[in-house]
Design a protein around this ligand. Structure first.
Ligand code: IPE
Ligand code: IPE
Ligand code: MG
Length: 254
């Protein structure tokens, strides 16, 4: 796997339209509650927002969209809600994969899959295999994912392959073992639902990502909301540790 530039080791090129957007799709439960509906209706409705966001990203030329669907801490929720989310996930994969494939979208799933039942694991693998050659947008779904799990898992895997590195290894050694080690770090992070926290999402990869928080609840997030987030990103000054004056005088370089 090629080593990609890391934002802490090399200054990345800044794209006008973010190459990679990471989203915490939050607020499903509150959306449903506001309408006196069970929380699960919010999750169901959230699938439509995801569909619209995928389409908008593809149209806008975003290369990577990574969404947080289920965190390693979401197992703490009531059993009924967890099992609804699992069956929704399965249904969504079964129903959407053909259209993703038709639209040249590559689907990837990150997270610890070992806790999912066999059917879900199999369906995930099949969907990834079917779409693996696609060259359009890469949609990555984080399921039973946690940023700490990701880092721990990467270190374990690195040391399994390279026990000689146990006393000393570099960022470049570790990077290929991280879940998103083969794609550029997110340029823009969006969290819907009003909370201003990372909730254990891509802790490593968000090092220099521009953060955008909106009160809009995920089930009503749409293309217009996405464009607002991108417009906010386009007004940011990404300094990566340098001063504004340096940015004016020197083109992006390490
Ligand atoms: C996000 O919406 C979806 C998942 C975590 C699966 P929530 O279910 O967290 O919705 P709120 O935050 O309770 O409104
Ligand atoms: C984060 O949302 C996880 C997902 C959107 C999948 P949560 O609703 O679980 O986050 P907290 O618990 O409010 O931090
Ligand atoms: Mg929430």
């Amino acid at each position: 796997m090629a080593i990609l530039p890391s934002s802490t080791r090399t200054i990345p090129e800044i794209a006008h339209v973010p190459r990679h957007i990471a989203v915490i799709m939050d607020g499903n439960g509150r959306w449903a509650k506001q309408r006196f509906m069970p929380r699960i209706m919010g999750h169901q409705r959230g699938v439509e927002s995801l569909r619209a966001t995928v389409r908008a990203c593809r149209d806008l030329g975003v290369e990577y969209l990574t969404v947080f669907a289920f965190s390693s801490e979401n197992w703490r929720r009531p059993v009924d809600e967890v099992s609804f989310l699992m069956s929704l996930f399965l249904k969504m994969l079964e129903r959407e994969v053909a259209s993703l494939h038709k639209n040249n979208i590559r689907l990837k799933i990150i997270g610890d899959r070992s806790r999912f039942d066999d059917t879900l694991q199999q369906t995930m693998g099949d969907a990834e295999a079917l779409t693996s050659g696609n060259t359009g947008l890469t949609l990555t779904i984080a399921a039973n994912y946690g940023g700490r799990w990701d880092m721990m898992h990467a270190v374990h895997s690195l040391l399994q392959d390279h026990p000689e590195l146990a006393t000393s290894f570099s960022e470049d050694d570790l990077q290929p073992y991280l879940s998103m080690g083969d794609v550029p770090e997110p340029d823009l992070f969006i969290r819907t639902g009003g909370e201003m926290r990372i909730s254990n999402f891509m802790l490593w990869q968000l090092a220099y990502t521009e953060l955008y928080f909106t009160d809009t609840l995920w089930p009503v997030f749409d293309r217009n909301e996405l464009e607002k987030a991108i417009a906010s990103y386009q007004h940011r000054e990404r300094r990566f540790g340098r001063t504004s004056e340096q940015l004016l005088s020197v083109p992006a370089q390490s």
